[in-house]
Design a protein around this ligand. Sequence first.
Ligand SMILES: [Ca+2]
Length: 253
Amino acid sequence: MRNFIAFMLCTAFVGCALQRSAAQRTQQEPQPPISFSGVLNIAAAANGGKVIFVTSQLDDEHWKAENLIDGVVNKTNGWASSKAVFPQDIVIAFKGEQPKLINKVVINPTTPDSPLPGRWINEFELFVSDRYPTNNWKFVMHGAVRNEPRPQSFYFTPVEAKYVLIRVLSNHGSDRFVSMGEIEIYEAIPAVGILDQLIARLEQLLRELKQYRDTVAQLGPILAEMPPEALKKFEQLWREFTSASEKQRPNNP
Ligand SMILES: [Ca+2]
């Protein structure tokens, strides 16, 4: 059982590494990841998030911007712009328009369309602000979403935000419109002490395992065997974790 868990964690680790290497190729600044992220998607409507501005939407029923934060893909269409004209801006605020320290955005381009028409979001920029409306958006990062039906994570240096602007710069070639299924935003969490940091890393691994499981479910297995470097990384992490746990036991000097 333990070997199985180790294997699953390692494959998740590799899936994560694959995604990060993709992000690193496209993210221009700063370098990810900087710190750990919370588990609550604070952009979700269910958690108080709301869309407060969108440049355009194809219609007000099936392709409205609110579909970006409804927590599902494919059950609703997602959002689509009215035309393939760029940029397209989407502004999201958090519950009560309170400031949050954030360091991760997840974009899932999946809509009922296949990737073939090239309508899904490609390049984008992320900005934040403590007021809205404003002409003084703070640049956070530039990234590109692969034309693949899965959630794609982008990490950045923790930054405080009341309002988050996702500026869509391109799609994957369609002259009709640009679309995507879901946007998620996560808080940066402080990790105090070695054990807390290790727990946060393990929790991060588990979250990425779930994401990897979803990817495999959508695309089919992409790893024939467990790469040895992934096993090494996991074993090192596990050693650090058990060693730190030992040190923190009360009967230990
Ligand atoms: Ca959605």
